[in-house]
Design a protein around this ligand. Structure first.
Ligand code: ADP
Length: 470
């Protein structure tokens, strides 16, 4: 089967979060089990782009509103990623430093989607499946089915994977002229709540929708940023498939980002060595438990609760722990977290920014990973943490609920709480500090979580099952 994944991110070329990780791993595992999976992404100016060889494999042009846009398709030449990676270059529009965050993101990703459809339409042999990811690619199925120039593509079955339904690609109706000549009586497919909603349109037009965990799919029926009714109505075509983790990238025995590599057998020594390096570098105390947070500093991740929860924990639990934060996002939260560096020196450190290497070292050196998320479609961090023997402290939501079992339950291996509140976080930190005093139990849990099977093989098989049904 030939499967074309279309996405805004793909690790290691361009990653802002879990979307990049998944699109960089799933196609690799699909290829491993005998299929042909390829990935198409916009061309940004990332380090990977400059450090690798690419060749031109396609060119074309299309009108978008009053503009004519030319595109070039380049392909990574060595197949070092385990799948063919194609980048769509549209001068001045896509070739920017960052993936998102520009005022014209709507124009950028609409143009990207038109270019992809235009290019695939030129292929002699059409692929078996078009698999689009999140709202930045969710208008593609609509274009394949309802734009006069691309109707040839309407026979290809389509899948939309929702990694995050909070962001939906809203677009004013006055931008509907961006779309290539389309059947105007189909406007209802585009609209949700008086505006064009790319994600809603994708859900309506595709053959199957998947979410990145079964728990998240259930949640979408009552918490989907306005699309709850749609998910209830379309539930027959929706399936939740838990993400896997890329064992070639996330393996403490081979990870070249971390100072000391280790496996289950020598995890106590390996983690202690990695913790020491982190603590020495960042002014923390290696004898106390080390609790980390890695992620986008946004409301979804409940990052706004961190400053108060950390301050309360340090005061009320007598500073019996260290905190280390890595992330970027809301400037106000960034500021608050940075201010705390001076106030809680010795107990706390925050690193504002994106740092892949430090993230790996933190998973390896920490004792606990905190994820108080208000919304968590799957959450990869807790799975990476477990693979590295770091015990997760998570709010019971979405994929966190699907992957972590509380130590109070039989065979439990994590700390779970119900509410995204300062009180619940502080209480869970207290439980972690108590657990940390029981070295034998911590060691047993570590060995257990490092061996949980979060591999992609299982999930990749489930995706293929879905393709076969359509
Ligand atoms: P989301 O996609 O919602 O941001 P996920 O848990 O699905 O959250 O994936 C987050 C991914 O991004 C993980 O690989 C995590 O390690 C990484 N990540 C997030 N923030 C940072 C950061 N500041 N520096 C390095 N890696 C980060």
């Amino acid at each position: 089967m030939e499967i074309i994944h279309i996405s805004a991110e793909c690790y290691p070329y361009a990653k802002a979060g879990g979307l990049g990780d998944v699109v960089g791993a799933l196609p690799k595992y699909q290829n491993k089990i005998g299929h042909i999976a390829k990935v198409v992404v916009p061309m940004y100016r990332t380090k990977f782009l400059y450090e690798n060889e690419f060749e031109v494999v396609g060119k074309g042009g299309f009108g978008m509103a009053h503009y004519w846009l030319n595109y070039t398709v380049i392909k990574e030449s060595t197949n070092k990623l385990g799948f063919d990676l194609y980048l769509i270059d549209i001068n001045n529009l896509l070739d920017r430093e960052k993936i998102y965050g520009y005022d014209d993101d709507i124009e950028r990703f609409t143009a990207f989607q038109i270019a992809v459809v235009d290019w695939i339409n030129k292929w002699e042999d059409l692929p078996d499946i078009i698999h689009v990811h999140d709202h930045q690619a969710a208008l593609i199925p609509f274009m394949m089915q309802n734009c006069s120039s691309y109707r040839r593509l309407s026979v290809i079955p389509t899948v939309l994977t929702i990694h995050n339904a909070q962001y939906q690609g809203w677009m004013d109706w006055n931008k509907s002229s961006y779309l290539p000549d389309w059947d105007k009586w189909k406007w209802g497919l585009l609209e949700w709540d008086k505006t064009i909603n790319s994600l809603a349109c994708g859900v309506r037009c595709v053959s199957k929708v998947t979410t990145v965990s079964p728990g998240y799919l259930n949640e979408l029926k009552y918490n989907a940023n306005g699309l709850e009714m749609l998910f209830e109505y379309e539930k027959g075509k929706c399936v939740g498939i838990l993400n896997g983790i890329d064992e070639e990238v996330w393996n403490p025995a081979t990870d070249t980002y971390i100072a000391t590599q280790y496996s289950v057998e020598d995890s106590d020594v390996g983690k202690a060595a990695n913790k020491k390096i982190l603590c020495d570098q960042l002014g923390l105390n290696e004898k106390k438990s080390l609790i980390i947070f890695i992620g986008r500093l946004v409301g979804e991740k409940a990052a706004d609760l961190l400053p108060q929860a950390i301050a309360d924990s340090i005061y009320h639990i007598n500073g019996e722990m260290n905190f280390l934060i890595l992330g970027s996002g809301d400037p106000h939260v960034e500021y608050q977290l940075e201010q705390m560096n001076g106030k809680f020196m010795g107990y706390y450190n925050s690193q504002i920014g994106y740092n892949e290497g430090l993230a790996h070292q933190m998973y390896a050196g920490a004792d606990f990973l905190l994820m108080p998320s208000r919304v968590e479609p799957c959450g990869l961090n807790q799975m990476y943490a477990m693979r590295y023997g770091t015990i997760p402290i998570v709010r019971r939501t979405g994929g966190l609920n699907d992957t972590v079992k509380d130590i109070g339950e039989q065979d439990g291996y994590g700390i779970c709480f119900n509410q995204a509140t300062v009180g619940d976080i502080t209480n869970s930190v207290y439980r972690a500090v108590q657990l940390f005093k029981n070295k034998k139990k911590v060691d047993d849990i570590r060995k257990t979580i490092m061996q949980i099977d979060f591999s992609w093989e299982n999930s990749a098989g489930q995706y293929l099952g879905i393709y076969q049904t359509i």
